[in-house]
Write a protein that binds this ligand. Sequence first.
Ligand SMILES: C[S@@+](CC[C@H](N)C(=O)[O-])C[C@H]1O[C@@H](n2cnc3c(N)ncnc32)[C@H](O)[C@@H]1O
Length: 178
Amino acid sequence: MKNIFVLRLGHRPLRDKRVTTHVALVARAFGAKGIYVDGKDQKLVEKIKDVISLWGGSYFQVETIADPKKLVKTWKAKGGTIIHLTMYGINLPQVQDRVQHLDNILVVVGAEKVEGWYYHMADINVAVSNQPHSEVAALAIFLDRLYKGEELNIMFGDSKIKVIPMERGKKVIRSDNG
Ligand SMILES: C[S@@+](CC[C@H](N)C(=O)[O-])C[C@H]1O[C@@H](n2cnc3c(N)ncnc32)[C@H](O)[C@@H]1O
């Protein structure tokens, strides 16, 4: 698994609760090692930790941070790459070969308008099509191209619950008598 972290900018606890939760769930499910959320929201952190406790992935870090610019500067100073997902960037098919060789990426996604500073600091501003849509969709497709689809087979060895895939119906097994 690559060293991929997500930085979710501009989280507003009341308005963005659901979308930021989905950004975090996509990050965990599709092969990131953690998420930094710009803003204070302990409830959100607890919610993601509850999912991790049941579905596994205890390595996945969830942290709220007060100074996202410091994180970006530190990430770059340590030799990591900043990928900012924005509809104004270079469309993903044109940069995916370059991106697939990278191991150490901070993927930045916004909520509302993202400050120009992030566009300048990014090593690549990547668009997932040049049409407006959602940070959840953009992150999912970015991770899928980065891992060439292999993230869909991800297994969490420490999960307490496991889905038994079937064409019809729902079956899960639990190892914790829950
Ligand atoms: C709802 S959009 C807000 C976009 C906002 N109007 C702006 O100017 O940045 C929230 C986030 O979704 C992501 N996003 C939306 N459309 C995208 C696209 N086509 N490609 C990549 N990321 C996208 C970006 O990270 C963006 O900051």
